[in-house]
Design a protein around this ligand. Structure first.
Ligand SMILES: [Zn+2]
Length: 671
């Protein structure tokens, strides 16, 4: 039976294995003073639990867990497979990751063991099983974290290229394609005499060779799946031994190198780590809007900075009160836990300059009062966090792990950066005009939205997204399809018969040609209104509309007379093709007009204030209007109902304009 640790969870990562044991009571006293109620431990402590092969000793961590328990502090227990001990890597060097130049890495870093190695799986099974058995009855362990920050890039960006991984990849291709001829045909390998006569001629795609993009893409998708399998392998063990109410998750980071939908398939709780600063904190609104949708329930922030990040050098000094906004932003958007990295600054090692709650000598850092203020705020926000959920804006946008992987090897336009495109060209303009979209990937539900934007997603075959979108449009949805979408197969090749996989057939709009970036081609409607286009890294589709409506057309140069934006009625809904990406303000205005036709309106607030309505879990009635200033400057928000700010007690009448100071957090409870 799990101990009832009160949500919201508030805490830090704790590494008692690197400090004298006598210090634990002092740490716990300080934790209580800060109001912390959860510590995350164990994630790198393999050598502490298994100092030599087969000699397991869980007594130290057990002791620490008991001491935390006595203080009513919960524990998130990490499996330590990110950092295998030296006796293991010495006796089995074959478990270590190999880079694309066939060089095997050495002991002492982290995330450097092969996810597919059967030997490593065996040792993983032993330590994880041992831990599960040793700690399963600890009532203050509320959750487990598998490994730490799994990612698939390896040493030089190509994951693990060892023999085990290579043969597993080849076996996968054999199963997928059957005959080598099918692979040659599907990837188009006849150019440059790249076609293979047998599967064992397929090379490991090295970094210094100009490989075929289909090979590279398939290889990295395979690498990502390997980490999912590695995580699943541990999840199965943990689920076998742990009580049902103890959650299992894995802490993920803000990048799309892994498919987070797939990663969480077997997991119980979405765990997320983020390190942002005053300049890019807004981006955590994007990731929070994604994290809460993965399992459609509250997620946990398992790591974030208290002040600065860093390794052997500090990075990013953050401005006053940054920590308050940084902590509350995910919480108003659906997180129910916030843990800092880390509790006490390390006295040694690769991260001894990273910011923390208390410094290496147990003295509170400069942000200590901010942390106490946050804890008081959490207490006041309990009802919001427990009993309400974030209401979506009716608008969603797609992000895609497949797209991320594909663009690694064919960006299509010089300088194109997928992450910058979905963040800066789609999400942020809408966020700044207070139509902040939900963020979803291919397999997630779309039924709760009226508008879905799919931009820069070259392949929409993945997980049946194309068919799903079509059905949703036929039922009344408005699908805005941005540039560089539906133009690649899953295999990262073009379609042979037409530029689009599906869109020409469905809309009757024909793509005459595409111009890459370079010129400047604004778009005009028939009243002469202009939509300005982005000036860099863009492409321009020239459409022949057929029976579809032209919303905007180009008027100059090669593009003169071609449609730039078309709208096609499909069933009860619409497909709008964007031939190019408007610049931020134009894009925001364009979407705002479509949204207002659907009865979707923005908040009345400055763009730097993230606003979120929260509804009661049972009645679905609007209960809170929660706001965080994220750009370290002044702003405002007009409250949508008569309300009280639960953090200050101040009362407001509907439509009152409330001024925000830099990094202000305000949570208004409806009267
Ligand atoms: Zn490997």
């Amino acid at each position: 039976m799990m101990k009832n640790i009160k949500k919201p969870y508030y805490g830090a990562a704790y590494y008692p294995e690197s400090w004298p044991h006598e210090q634990v009571p002092e740490d716990i006293k300080l934790m209580k003073q800060t109001g912390m109620n959860v510590m995350r431990i164990g994630e790198f402590a393999w050598s502490n639990m298994e100092p030599s092969e087969g000699s397991y000793d869980f007594s130290f961590l057990r002791h620490v867990i008991n001491e935390l328990d006595e203080a009513d502090i919960g524990v998130i227990m990490g499996t330590p497979t990110c950092t295998p001990p030296a006796w293991l890597t010495k006796s089995h060097p074959e478990v270590m990751i190999v880079d694309s130049h066939n060089e095997r890495t050495t002991h002492g870093a982290r995330r450097h063991a092969c996810p597919n190695s059967p030997v490593y799986r065996e040792y993983t099974k032993k330590i994880v099983t041992g831990m599960a058995k040793a700690f399963k009855d600890c009532e203050n362990i509320i959750a487990w974290q598998i490994d730490n920050e799994l990612y698939n890039t390896g040493i030089d960006g190509k994951g693990c290229c060892c023999d085990v991984c290579y043969h597993k990849f080849i076996d996968y291709l054999k199963e997928k394609f059957g005959a080598i001829e099918n692979l040659n045909k599907t990837w188009g390998m006849y150019l440059w005499s790249q076609d293979y006569t047998s599967f064992d001629e397929i090379p490991v795609p090295r970094n210094n060779v100009w490989h075929h993009p289909s090979l590279n893409t398939e290889w990295m998708l395979f690498q990502a799946r390997s980490y999912k399998e590695f995580s699943d392998f541990q999840a199965d063990i943990l689920h076998e031994y742990l009580p049902e109410d103890v959650y299992v998750g894995t802490d993920m980071m803000p990048f799309l190198g892994l498919d987070y939908e797939d990663m969480n398939e077997k997991l119980d709780i979405v765990q997320f780590n983020h390190y942002r600063n005053s300049h890019n904190l807004w981006d955590i609104a994007l990731w929070s809007n994604y994290m809460r949708n993965i399992k459609n329930k509250p997620f946990w922030i398992t790591e974030t900075a208290t002040c600065w990040g860093g390794g052997v050098a500090c990075s990013h000094y953050n401005d006053k009160n940054f920590g308050i906004a940084n902590t509350f932003l995910p919480v108003i958007l659906g997180a129910e836990a916030n843990l800092y990295w880390l509790w006490r600054t390390h006295w040694s090692g690769q991260e001894l300059m990273h910011g923390s709650v208390v410094n290496s000598w147990g003295r509170p850092m400069h942000i200590y009062n901010e942390l106490k203020y946050i804890k008081e705020g959490f207490n006041k926000a309990e009802d919001m966090i427990y009993n309400t959920y974030p209401k979506n804006s009716q608008i969603a946008m797609h992000v895609s792990h497949h797209a991320w992987t594909l663009y690694m090897f064919q960006p299509m336009i010089n300088g194109f950066n997928y992450q910058a495109a979905y963040q800066n060209d789609v999400f942020r303009p809408l966020m700044n005009c207070q139509l902040r979209p939900d963020v979803i990937s291919e397999g997630l539900d779309i039924d709760g939205y009226s508008i879905v934007i799919t931009s820069f997603v070259p392949c929409i075959e993945n997980k049946g997204l194309n068919e799903k979108m079509l059905k949703w449009v036929e039922n009344g949805g408005t699908w805005i399809v941005g540039p560089m979408t539906d133009i690649r197969t899953y295999e990262a090749t073009k379609y042979i018969k037409a530029p689009f996989g599906m869109l020409e057939d469905v809309t009757g709009v024909k793509l005459a040609f595409t111009l890459p970036a370079g010129g400047s081609y604004d778009m005009y409607d028939n009243k002469g209104n202009v939509l300005k286009t982005k000036s860099n890294a863009n492409s321009y589709d020239a459409y022949i509309p057929g029976k579809s409506e032209t919303l905007y057309e180009y008027r100059n140069d090669y593009l003169e007379g071609y449609s730039a934006i078309t709208r096609t009625k499909v069933g009860k809904g619409y497909i709008i093709l964007l031939g190019t990406m408007p610049e931020s303000d134009s894009f925001a205005k364009f979407i705002a007009d479509i949204a207002s036709e659907k009865g979707v309106y923005p908040f009345n607030a400055s763009g730097n204030v993230v606003c979120q309505i929260r509804c009661n879990n049972i009645s679905n009635e609007e209960r809170y209007f929660a706001c965080v200033e994220v750009e370290n400057r002044e702003g405002y928000a007009c409250v949508p109902f008569d309300c009280t700010n639960i953090l200050t007690g101040n009362e407001y009448t509907k439509d009152d304009k409330v001024l925000f100071k830099p990094f202000d957090v305000m949570i208004f409870r409806k009267k």
